[in-house]
Design a protein around this ligand. Structure first.
Ligand SMILES: [Zn+2]
Length: 250
């Protein structure tokens, strides 16, 4: 049977059984099967792959492997310089916007707090999520690799970590979001934009202690929720400084 040699790098190994991780292994090929289908059959969503090398040359998803090929697969990884080689898709959008699946609501709220346009629905099915991701050019965030294997998805991102702060760290690293942080600009609840508002016009709506301590307020243009830089906000900023110190250079 005709075979090729495959080697997956970095976090792509998380999708493979242990005997195929971090080593080259032989895999049979079928005459008309593209490399994209072959790697998705192994359980690795195409959205996670940034670069495919066949015998040292970069190839696209439609490449038909030949017997004896040595194929290397690399993940989306900003720190890996693949600029001289063919990337499989455009670079992430300059101002990335996101769509989080139903299991990533907490991550969605954190992203909004940091200023990233992030949609989140409790009840949207896979086909609806795929449709919105494609129509709005939103990066689909999920821990469901089957969802990322849908043919129509071009910008998706598998979230490996379970802890929300680790998820943020992972996403910042992968998409190089550090310089795009714009805290206090977007509503955590509904993703609406926050606008400055005079304290005098809302003082009746504020908890007494908040009215005494804080001077700067913003209101969501969509749901009217009022925001101030309280303890929750400060804690998140301290955390973000640990993963993205460059975002706070003045
Ligand atoms: Zn809102």
């Amino acid at each position: 049977m005709a075979c090729i040699s495959l080697r997956f790098y970095e976090e792509l190994n998380d999708f493979l059984p242990s005997d195929q991780r971090k080593c080259a292994f032989e895999h049979p090929i079928k005459p008309t099967q593209s490399i994209k289908h072959l790697i998705e059959n192994l359980g690795v969503p195409h959205t996670e792959i940034e670069l495919i090398l066949a015998n040292g040359e970069s190839v696209g998803f439609d490449y038909l492997p030949n017997a004896g090929d040595q194929i290397s697969l690399y993940p989306m990884f900003e720190s890996l310089d693949v600029s001289p080689l063919l990337r499989l898709r455009d670079k992430p959008l300059r101002e990335p916007c996101f769509l989080a699946d139903a299991h990533l609501g907490k991550l969605a709220r954190y992203l909004r707090l940091l200023g990233f346009d992030t949609l989140f629905f409790n009840d949207a099915g896979d086909s609806r999520l795929a449709e919105i991701s494609v129509k709005d050019r939103r990066i689909l965030l999920t821990r469901d690799r089957g969802l990322l294997m849908r043919r129509e998805i071009t910008h998706g991102c598998f979230i490996h970590a379970l802890d929300t702060k680790e998820q943020l760290t992972e996403l910042f690293k992968r998409l190089d979001l550090y310089r795009l942080v714009a805290p206090f600009t977007r509503c955590m609840v509904c993703n609406g934009s926050l606008n400055p508002i005079e304290k005098a016009t809302i003082s009746a709506e504020l908890p007494k202690r908040v009215g005494e301590i804080y001077t700067e307020f913003r209101r969501c243009s969509d749901c009217a929720k009022i925001y101030w830089k309280g303890s929750h906000y400060r804690q998140l900023m301290e955390f973000i400084k640990t993963i993205a110190p460059a975002a706070f250079d003045e």
